[in-house]
Unconditional design. Structure first.
Length: 521
């Protein structure tokens, strides 16, 4: 069982439980002919000259199309050609069109429909080489027909398989982890309440957590190969030529942690503070920390944060390159969701694929489906870090007494400690420096605060003066009980009381005062 976060402990009376599960997953399969060299070898084995490639490819594509239509006919289901890759009919997405067909025809098992649509892809072509004056195999971006096979699968629920009709016949399988979980709960007779793609309540959370762990450890190649054999008629020919089956990778994975509240009203009371806290105190640098990276000079790329208001609620997102983590609400569920598009940004303890005898070491996470359990592990850790940071988001009304204490001097061991002015600009800068996400999670040193409150110190004398001033400020924070020292180290940590008080002070200066002044609604 995952360790409980401070946020869960604070709001324990209002929570039912927490569940981490895969959400939307996209697996992609690549054949052994997926690079120019191997594809040229395949053409040679088949006795196809480069000048005849066009006719050979068109003939193979027609065979793939005929197979897709035959699959639909044999199942008694419709084959539909779509004019647009973005919308199906009546401004519906392809998924919604398939769901409507399933509802209309009462399809609960087998094939729902096959959709054909022209979309962009990376495919092979033959072009002339100016240097060698000969034809050569090249890979380029082009458009070709793609087939979408939609199923209400007995194990995975509503899903689809997408097949490219031109060489190298890249395939994509979409499944939803919560569809799978609902099927497993139904099989075991465990009751639950569902709203859209969220489970609001599960009668046996322990069993649900156990099932979710098994999902990440599943042997995916055999499952995905079964889908490929159903939709791709070219596979037997490739196997006879020695090119084997598909190599499967995790193209995109969403790992979501759902915090289940007792009712919608309990969650709604917290939402303004949660979203306000993340956008007021959170920063783009926190995206690195949440997603397992250190915000130092070794990182190159873009990290951003944004808040979006949607018809169904609010959403705050932190993005690091192609990976991102976001928070949004669904009925009585607060969801923290990590989306992994580039797994190499995460480092995991594993053995090199080509040198397994070398033993495990810290390496970038790989895309192969054999590493899928790492996706679940890293996604759950990222969500836990995000959830832990929410512990500082508390109601401003609860902090009024604490703010009053800040404005009065304190006496510690016979010494009078000066008061804080919570709305002073320098004080607010200090509070923001202390509440940086990395400081809350890992603690901070004198230099971490000094670099944030007074970064322009070039000479040795200026750096010494800045260090001494920062030491006095940290001592003042300690005297007011806002930070504490980590024993036997030079680290300091923000106390739970400090998180509450500092957040309230910053929010008042940046948000509440502006509202009271009539600037913001």
């Amino acid at each position: 069982m995952a360790k409980r976060t401070t946020f869960e402990m604070i709001h324990d009376d209002e929570l039912i439980g927490k569940l981490t599960m895969a959400d939307r997953l996209i697996f992609r399969g690549y054949l052994g002919i997926a690079n120019e060299t191997s594809f040229r070898t395949f053409l040679t084995i088949c006795g196809v000259l480069l000048k005849d490639f066009g006719a050979f490819a068109e003939k193979t594509t027609k065979a793939v199309k005929a197979h897709a239509q035959r699959v639909a006919t044999d199942a008694g289901r419709p084959y539909i050609y779509l004019d647009s890759p973005h919308t199906a009919r009546d401004d519906l997405s392809k998924e919604q069109l398939a769901r409507n067909i399933a509802a209309r025809d009462g399809v609960t098992e087998g094939l729902i429909c096959v959709l054909g649509v022209v979309e962009g892809c990376s495919a092979f072509d033959v072009r002339g080489n100016r240097e060698t004056k000969k034809l050569d195999v090249v890979r380029r971006t082009r458009k070709c027909l793609h087939f979408y096979f939609y199923y209400p699968h007995p194990e995975f629920g509503f899903m689809h398989v997408r097949l490219q009709s031109w060489f190298p016949f890249t395939i994509q399988v979409y499944v939803n982890g919560r569809e799978w979980l609902c099927r497993q709960l139904d099989k075991r007779g465990i009751g639950y309440e569902r709203y859209d793609n969220a489970l609001l309540r599960i009668d046996d959370l322990a069993v649900a957590r156990s099932l979710c762990r098994k999902f990440f450890r599943r042997r995916w190649p055999s499952v995905l190969d079964g889908f490929a054999r159903t939709v791709n008629p070219v596979l037997p020919r490739l196997r006879r030529r020695g090119f084997g089956d598909y190599y499967w990778v995790t193209h995109q994975a969403e790992v979501a942690t759902d915090v289940m509240f007792r009712d919608r009203a309990a969650l709604e009371r917290l939402l303004p503070e949660l979203f306000g806290h993340m956008m007021t105190v959170g920063s783009a640098a926190d995206a690195l920390r949440f997603l397992g990276r250190k915000p130092n000079g070794n990182f190159t790329g873009e990290a951003t944060s944004d808040l979006k208001c949607r018809p169904e609620g609010h959403r705050v997102k932190f993005r690091m390159k192609r990976n991102h983590i976001k928070m949004y609400d669904k009925m009585s569920v607060l969801r923290i969701e990590t989306t992994i598009n580039n797994p190499r940004e995460f480092r995991v303890w594993r053995s090199p694929v080509r040198q397994p005898e070398a033993g495990p070491r810290w390496m970038p996470m790989a895309k192969g489906v054999s590493n899928f359990w790492h996706y679940g592990q890293q996604g759950e850790k990222a969500n836990a870090r995000f959830l832990e940071s929410l512990a500082a988001a508390r109601s401003s009304a609860d902090a009024i007494d604490e703010l009053d204490r800040l404005t009065r001097p304190r006496r510690v061991r016979g010494r009078v400690i000066a008061r804080f002015n919570p709305v002073d600009r320098d004080t607010s800068t200090l509070y923001l420096a202390v509440l940086v996400g990395s400081n809350i999670l890992n603690g901070f040193r004198n230099s971490d605060i000094a670099n944030n409150i007074e970064p322009l110190a070039t000479t040795r004398r200026d750096r010494k003066r800045r260090c001494e001033r920062t030491s006095r400020l940290i001592a003042k924070l300690r005297a007011h009980g806002l930070v504490c020292k980590v024993p036997r180290s030079r680290l300091y940590r923000v106390t739970p009381r400090g998180q509450k008080v500092l957040t309230a002070a910053i929010r008042y200066r940046q948000v509440e005062f502006a509202r009271a002044y009539g600037i913001a609604a």
